[in-house]
Write a protein that binds this ligand. Structure first.
Ligand code: SF4
Length: 641
């Protein structure tokens, strides 16, 4: 274990951070109130002790502190305030805990339903949230009080059934962001179901929000209980809640203001210290903290079904036939972002896809694995794995095949790993989810694959994503995918942002692993040189369509499309004179929706002829070499063998 890597469990680490981070006065106040609440609970539950809370003695009414055998004085009926306040703390904290449990549980469930389980669920959830939001809490409390009479339970139901909407709104907004994070997409690419991803990856990332909202709800409930008791629909005499003590203190303030002042001080102190603690806890349990994983029986059942569905592939081929993808705005207003993509990836072949940003490479990768980002839809064509169309596969089979048959490595490796779990845990979990085996075997396999990708220091297993460098992180992301030995690996610009040496090492690593595992690889990059180091074939994309395909050596030796020629000429080369600018293709890739109806490369092409503005060129040629151009630099039929 290297320096800086904690050996203690997550609970101990969090406890230590709480003790060292939260200011001591805040901790002391919360602890005092908590112990007071426990003591108050004991007072109420033990009949002999509860007499202390309710015993009246008009002889000592309005006693000051330390008078007539009291510690903190007495109220208008001569009941000792110290016992009343202890019991009040127990009732108020208990009420707050119940309200918080109802509101946060409902809020998280509804927020997840709306944010992660489809458009219809989202519409229904949003409607229910809006309806709840529009109904005033006070009015609901009056309605509940009218049905079941005033009391503490009225406070619980009135607040629990309205506060959840605030929680659900925030959770839904957070889930909408989280669901597009690479680590969630990576989990989907590995074949996990939505319920599993929601519980394993989304819920732990909602913990900081939960803590903040829970402390807010506790504080709100204590204040609201005081308010509702004050107007007579909360706790009723002789129930000694903090709100009731405050209300009675107010009623008899003209005789003695001390009970009112004391109850006010307790409420303000309790609410202030809870809010302060919540702020500190939220900072402590940030995404770089540690939230223990848990699995319900339902999750285990789902995982077993996924394992059963993940039978090894016999014929690893990916086939795309005229695949088109569009941005769906309104019905009938689709904006195409990828058109007519056709490819056939043979077993153990490596295909490089190149093009500038905006050429459609990443959308093509997502279409091939059947995981389009939100807002994009498959508007035409068919993707097949091993001869079977993925549109015809049921959701469970599809999930089982992702990860085992086809896997995707994302550009931002750090974002594709969940920051709440160690690298080793995530790889072990991916393995166990797809291949039934005990934890020890899975951990051993995870350590082996980490060593295989060059992370052979044992401490790497226990590190969190933020504790690895960019190159190490990319290797870890590769390990998380390769541990399942997929038959097809799609790498979407996996080396962007890394230094040249690390890029080359990663490419060499994938090349070796490809040979060793017999994988087919689709390597997406804007760097032609990197692609040439790993790919057998190359596909050049521009403005959402393929413009040239062929064997890497053929295309580099004799590019046929003017865009391919421009890309090759733009590479850094020893032949370029010192201090001279690199040649570049003038202009930019047009955005989707602004593509010319003629050849999409026409505005940037130096080879254009009259026919180029008349219509779209087709992708023509033989099986080995094809080009989409009316006036190619080198006509395909003239390319020397
Ligand atoms: S079709 Fe014409 S405009 Fe388009 S790339 Fe070929 S030569 Fe250039």
């Amino acid at each position: 274990m290297s320096a800086g890597i904690e050996k203690t469990g997550p609970g101990a680490q969090i406890a230590r951070r709480i003790v060292t981070t939260v200011p001591k006065p805040v901790l002391l106040m919360v602890l005092t109130f908590f112990i007071g609440g426990l003591a108050g609970g004991a007072l109420l539950l033990v009949p002999e002790w509860s007499r202390l809370v309710f015993r009246q003695s008009l002889m000592r009414a309005y006693s000051a502190p330390l008078e007539n055998g009291t510690l903190l004085g007495a109220d208008q009926l001569g009941r000792a305030l110290e016992w009343r306040l202890l019991a009040g703390l127990a009732i108020s904290l208990g009420t707050a805990a119940l309200v918080t449990a109802i509101a946060t549980t409902l809020g998280i469930v509804m927020g997840l339903l709306g944010g992660f389980f489809g458009r219809t669920a989202d519409r229904i959830v949003t409607l229910v949230i809006d309806a709840t939001w529009a109904y005033p809490t006070l009015l609901l409390a009056v309605v509940v009080a009218g049905i079941q009479g005033p009391g503490v339970s009225t406070v619980v139901w009135a607040l629990g059934l309205t506060l959840w909407a605030a929680m659900a709104r925030i959770v839904r907004a957070q889930v909408l962001v989280l669901r597009e994070q690479d680590f969630v997409l990576a989990a989907r690419a590995l074949g996990y179901g939505k319920l599993y991803i929601a519980i394993r990856h989304l819920v732990p990332n909602l913990v900081p929000i939960w803590i903040l909202m829970a402390t807010l709800f506790v504080a709100l409930t204590i204040v609201a209980e005081a308010g509702l008791s004050f107007i007579g629909i909360g706790a009723q005499s002789p129930t000694p809640s903090l709100g009731k003590t405050l209300a009675e203190g107010f009623s008899f303030a003209s005789s003695s203001s001390w009970p009112l002042l004391l109850a006010s001080l307790v409420i303000v102190g309790l609410v202030t210290s809870l809010n302060s603690l919540g702020d500190h806890l939220r900072d402590i349990l940030d995404p770089k903290g540690r939230v223990p994983a848990f699995r319900t029986p339902r999750m285990r059942a789902i995982m077993q079904r996924e394992q059963a569905a993940a039978a090894p592939a016999a014929s690893p081929t990916v086939l795309a036939e005229e695949v088109s993808v569009s941005i769906r705005r309104e019905p009938g207003e689709d904006v195409p972002v990828l058109t007519g993509l056709s490819l056939a990836l043979g077993s153990e072949r490596a295909l490089g896809i190149v093009g500038e940003s905006g050429s459609g490479k990443s959308v093509a990768a997502r279409a091939l694995i059947g995981l389009l980002p939100a807002g994009l839809v498959l508007s035409g064509g068919r993707v097949s794995w091993q001869g079977g169309g993925i549109a015809e596969l049921d959701a469970e089979t599809l999930r089982g095949q992702r990860g085992r048959f086809i896997a995707l490595v994302f550009q931002d490796a750090r974002a594709s790993m969940d920051p709440l779990y160690t690298i080793g845990d995530q790889i072990t979990e991916a393995l166990q989810a797809h291949l039934p085996q005990d934890a020890a075997s899975a951990r051993k396999a995870a350590r082996e694959i980490l060593a295989r990708v060059g992370l052979d220091d044992p401490s790497h297993f226990d590190r969190y994503p933020h504790q690895l460098s960019g190159g190490q992180m990319q290797r870890a992301a590769l390990a998380a995918v390769l541990v399942l030995r997929p038959r097809v690996l799609i790498a979407d610009e996996p080396t962007t942002g890394l230094d040249v040496t690390t890029q080359k090492k990663i490419v060499a690593l994938v090349r070796d692993l490809r040979r060793e595992m017999g994988m087919a690889v689709i390597w997406i990059s804007h760097d032609l040189d990197l692609v040439t180091e790993i790919a057998d074939d190359i596909m050049v994309m521009y403005a959402g369509q393929v413009v040239e395909t062929g064997a890497v050596s053929d295309v580099l030796r004799a590019p046929s499309h003017p865009y391919t020629k421009g890309l090759i000429a733009s590479r850094p080369s020893r032949d370029i004179a010192p201090k001279s600018l690199l040649p570049a293709i003038a202009g930019n890739v047009p955005e989707p929706g602004k593509w010319p109806i003629s050849c999409r490369f026409l505005p940037r092409c130096g080879n254009a002829v009259a026919a180029c503005s008349a219509g779209q060129p087709l992708l023509e040629g033989g099986t080995d070499r094809r080009v989409r151009c009316f006036n190619p630099v080198t006509p395909v039929r003239e390319i020397p063998a």
